[in-house]
Design a protein around this ligand. Structure first.
Ligand code: DQA
Length: 184
């Protein structure tokens, strides 16, 4: 199972950057942490970081047909980038969003996540551990051990739709043809 791990702008400054928010471990430590977690979980990872939105879009596009899953921390682009959202939707690769800090408890401008709309799961506020959780989740998801809330809703609405069709066909067909709902 091949997983692409993408990190957005300023994550290369971990350890120096606002340690009270992001901790004191640097980016090299993050990469080692992810690689060790992946090895433990039996996954192959390619960990990359860029400060440039277009580079992240290129990497997402290039992942098509090459990676089974993506873990992404789009950093500040989380809150601004429709291009990254569109790229994730274009390739349709199952993606998990990670934030080191708990963005839900921070400034208003961090309350929107565009990329998150294309993700099957988000981990935030767990520090580096969030990346391990994300790989674990993706692995289970790709092995079909998880079913998302959205998938449950899709199945339920399909059942509801079908049963309405069935009900309507009883009304229509019973009067004219005598077909039973089962034949319909
Ligand atoms: C971040 C949260 C973002 O709001 C911020 O712009 C980052 C890092 C995080 O990992 O907590 O750069 O994605």
């Amino acid at each position: 199972m091949k997983i692409l791990v993408l990190n957005g702008p300023n994550l290369n400054m971990l350890g120096i950057r606002e340690p009270e928010i992001y901790g004191d471990r640097n980016y090299t430590a993050l990469v080692s942490y992810i690689q060790e977690a992946a090895q433990e979980l039996g996954c192959e990872v390619d960990v990359r970081q860029s400060n440039h939105e277009g580079v992240l879009v290129d990497w997402i596009q290039e992942a098509y047909g090459k990676f089974d899953g993506i873990v992404i921390n789009p950093a500040a682009y989380t809150h601004t980038s429709i291009a990254i959202l569109d790229a994730l939707k274009s390739v349709g690769i199952p993606t998990v969003e990670v934030h080191i800090s708990d963005v839900s408890q921070r400034e208003d401008f961090r309350q929107i996540s565009y990329a998150g709309r294309a993700c099957i799961k988000t981990y935030m506020g767990l520090g580096l551990e969030g990346y391990r959780q994300a790989i674990l989740y993706l692995k289970a998801y790709l092995e079909n051990k998880y079913i998302t809330g959205e998938e449950v809703l899709n199945v339920l609405s399909l059942v509801a739709h079908k049963s309405k069709l069935l009900k309507d066909s009883v009304v229509v067909l019973d009067g004219f043809t005598g077909f039973t709902p089962v034949q319909n």
